[in-house]
Ligand binder design. Structure first.
Ligand SMILES: CC/C=C/CC(=O)SCCNC(=O)CCNC(=O)[C@H](O)C(C)(C)COP(=O)(O)OP(=O)(O)OC[C@H]1O[C@@H](n2cnc3c(N)ncnc32)[C@H](O)[C@@H]1OP(=O)(O)O
Length: 711
């Protein structure tokens, strides 16, 4: 709702009230319409100020309302009516003015903002465009070039940025008074102004369109944003608004907008974690960490040190190999400085000390072990840590899939052991899997989750199983990609299909980037390959492709060796080019195993890779290793490049239709009965059997099924 009050004198104050962010719900919109009318009717009122309750102007349209029928007064005419009134109206912005909130402010005649306020039009990130006049008013105020950048990226800036663009009349430390009466409003109505454009406007628009198409990989909203701004640049306001409305309608009805809005909420849902034990975010106290240590300064360890230091935590960085330590003590401060600069921090807040002595971690509150992915080495480190650290120190491992419970078992306080699985580069990537073992205490999980949040990560609590959630699902995906090569596809064909779907990199390019030896080592440890293992295509009772092992045996480890599934300009090269060697190698491999290459349709490539991955997601939910589909989807969007406009693998399954996913998995499993990952999961079958409820209902369904022992 919105409240009305008269300030001493002649100013009417309208306050938006809809905690926590004063989103423009139907009740708020109705409140604005009513209170503006009241101000207009009151002869003693000469000017109006609109503000938001609790130091937040407005977080935009109420995203939760998008799922239902439109109720209450629509935004566009409401804002237009405000702009048209003959008493001056000012927006007094504190906290945030985002999306519809900023569009409301653009309809006002004046805008003032607190110096710390954040403003922006993030609609594109929700699969929409600023459809309440924002795409037409903003460029008229700040010019086409700046508006294109803001609207197509959805970037938010503080008020000093917007003051420099003349979007704000005043930017101050306090919003105490607004003096706006007595001036003509003609020039203050943005819809009446021409849109300032650079001389090469067509070229600007063309270049921006090319850029957003490249960047957005199949996302509709950025393209529609450019189209709306083209209209602002070339059409009168009224026609521009018609274009804005048509584009918005198309976006609104697209699956992409629903997927992106789901992604917005799933990012927030995962913060409200819960464990099968009943411990959860609202009943478990977290410790605040100020001193931490990182053990092992390889690529991951270095990134973790930087991520912690950027958060203001003092870090003891330990590496027992002198050469590696010397290199890290040069590289890490430079990484920190660079990242601090990128985040506009004058000086990095945390202090780092380097050491080769594990003994030096004795004073810290939390340790993150990031040594080589080898269980015996990690066990040795944990045994040592538990003897040198103060009682009560949290011991965390950055393992990407090893058993947390085995590590906990060698410590004096197994309850204080959790996994903190970062993604490379650890100071940049947003995802953190917080892995709880059967003995991890709620306090340890809460602390790791909160620490992740402080580092700006999306932290997701996951259960302790091989590969946890992300890598466990990756396995069947990689496996299908290899099988497709055996059957006749090339790495480029598979990658093109996945990139067309929206992944920034196909599976083979991604493997080359990560290093092919990582998986090779894991397969050796699992006894799947290596000396003494027979070179057959069935291993441990299931179909197995030795293709990636053989590529490694040929010394091709990916980008780092300049050769992998592709060739590069040299070791460390970035540009992947197809390699004749790979084609010859695949032909020889097929001939050796009596396989006849067939032409494989893009649909089959996509289905087999994605549906195998999705099927494992259902198994994970069934095994209670993730609390809900949102957790899996957040992991894939933030850690594995899953295109956000497809919501995440589990949301995508719902959009494709669970019945269809089941039917296709059955079909592929029938053709490949020796591939257990293609066997549809029980949970998927159960969901289809009860009529394929929407993804938002799965959590409840799973919990009920568990109570009734159906899963
Ligand atoms: C005609 C169609 C035109 C549409 C134009 C639009 O306005 S579309 C919406 C544009 N607005 C946004 O995209 C802003 C989205 N919100 C945010 O970016 C952030 O929430 C925030 C406003 C910067 C606040 O961040 P903070 O970290 O402080 O809090 P949370 O993100 O955790 O949010 C708190 C709770 O509020 C819910 N919420 C936030 N924004 C909205 C919204 N616009 N509509 C509905 N609900 C919103 C959020 O989900 C959190 O809820 P919980 O239940 O606590 O999880």
């Amino acid at each position: 709702m919105a409240t009305y009050s008269r300030l001493p004198g002649s100013v009417a104050l309208i306050t938006l009230q809809n905690p926590p962010v004063n989103a423009l719900s139907a009740a708020v919109r109705q409140g604005i319409v009513d209170t503006v009318q009241r101000a207009l009717k009151d002869p003693k009122v000469t000017s109006v100020v609109i503000c938001g309750q609790n130091g937040k102007f407005c977080g935009g349209a109420d995203i939760r309302e998008f799922a239902g029928p439109m109720l209450g007064p629509p935004l566009v005419p409401m804002i237009h009516a405000i702009e048209a009134v003959d008493k001056p109206v000012a927006a007094a912005i504190e906290g945030v003015a985002l999306g519809g909130g900023l569009e409301l402010a653009l309809g006002c005649h004046y805008r003032i903002a607190h110096s710390k306020a954040l403003l922006g039009l993030p609609e594109v990130t929700l699969g929409l465009l600023p459809g309440a006049g924002g795409s037409q008013r903003l460029p008229r105020l700040i010019g086409l070039t700046a508006a294109l950048d803001l609207i197509t990226t959805g970037r938010q800036h503080d008020s000093s940025f917007f003051s420099s663009l003349h979007l704000l009349c005043v930017c101050s430390q306090s919003i105490s008074s607004v003096c706006v009466s007595g001036q003509s409003l003609d020039s203050r109505r943005l819809s009446t102004l021409p849109c300032p454009c650079p001389p090469d406007v067509d070229s600007l628009l063309d270049k921006t369109m090319v850029k957003v198409r490249q960047r957005s990989r199949g996302a509709l909203a950025p393209v529609a944003c450019v189209q709306a701004l083209m209209a602002a640049a070339s059409l009168p306001y009224t026609q521009g608004m018609e274009k804005e409305r048509d584009l918005l309608t198309t976006l609104f009805n697209s699956g992409q907008a629903r997927a992106l809005q789901y992604a917005f909420f799933s990012q927030r849902v995962v913060g409200k974690w819960s464990l099968p034990s009943g411990a959860s975010w609202d009943n478990s106290a977290a410790r605040t960490i100020s001193k931490a240590a990182v053990i092992g300064l390889g690529t991951m360890g270095r990134g973790i040190v930087v991520a912690l230091a950027l958060t203001g935590i003092s870090v003891v960085a330990v590496e027992t190999q002198e050469k590696q330590l010397a290199e890290a003590s040069q590289v890490v401060p430079a990484m920190l400085q660079r990242e601090a600069g990128r985040r506009s921090l004058a000086t990095p807040p945390g202090v780092i000390s380097f050491s080769s002595n594990l003994q030096d971690v004795c004073e810290v509150e939390l340790v993150i072990e990031a040594v080589f992915e080898d269980m015996s080495l990690k066990l040795q480190v944990f045994r040592h840590l538990t003897s040198v650290c103060r009682p009560g120190t949290l011991l965390c491992s950055n393992t990407s899939g090893l058993d947390i419970d085995r590590l906990a078992a060698v410590t004096q306080s197994p309850g204080l052991v959790v996994g903190m699985h970062f993604f490379a580069p650890a100071h940049v990537m947003k995802l953190l899997e917080v892995v709880y073992g059967p003995r991890s205490s709620p306090e340890a999980v809460a602390t790791a989750m909160q620490l992740g949040k402080r580092m700006g990560k999306v932290s997701v609590a996951v259960g302790n199983c091989p590969g946890f959630v992300g890598n466990r699902m990756l396995k069947p995906y990689l496996e299908q990609a290899n099988f497709l090569l055996e059957e006749g596809a090339t790495p480029q064909q598979v990658d093109e299909v996945l990139e067309e779907f929206g992944f920034p990199m196909g599976v083979f390019r991604m493997s080359d980037l990560s290093g092919l030896d990582v998986g090779w080592r894991i397969r050796k440890e699992a006894g799947l390959t290596g000396p003494g293992v027979e070179s057959t295509r069935t291993r441990q009772g299931r179909r197995y492709s030795p293709l990636p092992d053989q590529v490694c045996e040929a010394g091709r480890l990916g980008q780092k060796t300049g050769r992998g599934w592709y060739q590069y300009d040299g070791p460390g090269g970035r540009v992947a080019r197809s390699d004749h060697w790979v084609n010859i190698f695949l032909e020889a491999y097929r001939a050796e195993h009596g396989l006849v290459a067939r032409s494989i349709a893009p649909e089959e490539i996509l289905e087999r890779c994605l549906y195998a991955l999705i099927n494992e997601g259902f198994n994970i939910l069934q095994d209670a290793m993730a609390a809900g589909p949102e957790d899996i989807d957040a992991i894939y969007v933030f850690g594995y490049g899953w295109p956000r406009h497809h919501g995440g693998p589990m949301f995508h399954a719902g959009q494709v239709g669970l019945g269809r996913i089941l039917e296709r998995l059955q079909h592929h499993h029938h053709n490949h009965p020796d591939v257990p990952h293609l066997k549809p999961s029980t949970l998927l079958r159960r969901l289809v059997a009860v009529g394929s409820p929407p993804v938002q209902k799965w959590r409840e369904f799973i919990n009920k099924e568990r109570v009734h022992s159906q899963l």
